[in-house]
Write a protein that binds this ligand. Structure first.
Ligand code: NIG
Ligand code: FE
Length: 406
């Protein structure tokens, strides 16, 4: 007879399995947990006999996979509210960046901030995400742009995982902007990233992936290619900020390197979408940045659907273009701005977000063998998760079978 740590009964389950239609619904379901993983899931009347240390009736509540925020920059110093005001007066994001503001003003504040201050501020952002059912969060560096501060950001990100109970996936984004010390010699900065920073980060196991920003105000395809070549040599998967403000063939570049994801994609061409489909690269849509920058050009969603490119949704939480610590708000925005269906929004914040992080075999759906990362909701149907926003509906959150929210 099987022995379980926890047995959830009387649940309505949205498994979000890829091989099931819709939400993968099990209307009267049960789920058993052993060693932090889902040991059994299915209709309650088929539950095998077993012993559970704890049995919890959910009284007909819905459960879904815990949410996954697969693109954030939530470790940073300062804020950019003054630039927000400037932009409302008509100054563009690119002009602010070229004048030494933008990402660079956050770099100055981040370099000046003690690690403990970065940690405390970031922890409150992590907790805000978790309060809405998020159990896995990607966190990028990219506001240090020197060896010392990039490493400090990744160390802070690792500490966030230990302190919060969330699974924090770290990404080295050293190629986010050209640091002031290298303004006239960006290739020399890429040398530093490839020859010093990447080997040290890899040796210390500080990053789970490597990202870059391919854009006219950041790095070109050749520079990104050098970073990605080095990442591959070190066994680190890559992802790319691609085609956000212009079509720089970023999606195709990401696909060429077998990237886990290409993110933003407002200006991606049909060829870029085809390349992503061929390489299995996930499209990560960031509607908070789209909103904040006042973008009007939509990502090519019809082409993504037509080519079966997986679509994930993330907050892009950062002080410049997406000051939001709510994945539910990102889901809401994706439905309103990008016309994604509520089902696509939930898949985008669970199953496809897991794939964008290269952990699709471990989490993102409710299936036997996967981590018991489970959100419990006070809702009458999962379509409500993209419908309501700013409305507390979480009734509990399990991470690896352990309760992190009551
Ligand atoms: O994802 N696109 C580049 N990086 C961030 C913005 C960072 C910032 O402006 O501080 C983004 O939108
Ligand atoms: Fe970003």
């Amino acid at each position: 007879m099987p022995v379980w740590e926890t047995l959830l009964t009387n649940a309505r389950i949205a498994t979000m399995r890829r091989d099931a239609p819709g939400y993968g619904e099990i209307s009267e379901g049960a789920l058993a947990i052993r060693d932090g993983r889902i040991a059994w899931i299915g209709p309650q009347n088929e539950l095998p006999d077993g012993d559970a240390a704890e049995t919890r009736s959910l009284d007909g509540r819905w459960i879904t996979p815990a949410l996954i925020d697969c693109h954030t920059h939530l470790v940073f110093g300062g804020d950019r509210a003054a630039e927000f005001e400037q932009r409302l007066q008509g100054v563009s994001y690119e002009d602010i960046a070229r004048a030494g503001g933008g990402i660079m003003s956050t770099v100055r504040a981040t370099r000046a901030a003690p690690a403990d201050k970065l940690f405390e501020d970031a922890l409150s952002r992590v907790q805000a995400l978790m309060a809405e059912g998020v159990a896995t969060i990607e966190v990028k560096s990219g506001y240090g742009l020197d060896v010392k501060t990039e490493i400090r950001m990744l160390e802070v990100a690792r500490r966030l995982g230990e302190a919060s109970g969330a699974d924090i996936r770290t990404t080295l984004l050293a190629a986010h902007a050209i640091p002031p010390e290298f303004r006239e010699a960006p290739d020399a900065y890429i040398d530093l990233v490839c020859n010093v920073l990447l080997p040290e980060v890899a040796a210390r196991g500080l990053a789970d992936a490597v990202d870059a920003y391919c854009e006219s105000i950041a790095f070109n395809a050749a520079q990104v290619g050098r970073v990605f070549d080095k990442a591959r040599t070190l066994g680190l998967p890559v992802k790319l900020h691609a085609d956000q403000l212009s079509d720089g063939s970023g999606a195709a570049l990401a696909a060429r390197f077998g990237a886990l994801s290409a993110d933003h994609l407002e200006y991606t061409s049909p060829e870029g979408v085809e390349a992503m489909a061929a390489s299995g690269t996930v499209a990560v849509l960031l509607p908070g940045a789209f909103l904040t920058l006042g973008e009007t050009r939509l990502p090519p969603i019809a082409a993504m659907r037509a080519h079966d490119v997986p679509i994930a949704i993330a907050t892009d939480c950062n002080p410049g273009t997406s000051p939001v610590c709510s994945l539910r708000v990102a889901m809401m925005l994706a439905s309103r701005q990008f016309r994604l269906t509520p089902e696509e929004c939930l898949a985008g914040a669970t199953r496809e977000a897991a794939r964008a992080l290269g952990i699709g075999d471990e989490c993102g759906t409710l299936e036997a063998g996967k981590h018991a990362d489970i959100a419990i909701w006070n809702i009458s149907h999962p379509r409500e998760l993209a419908y309501w926003f700013g409305t507390p509906q979480l009734a509990g959150l399990l991470k690896g079978g352990h309760t992190t929210r009551p």
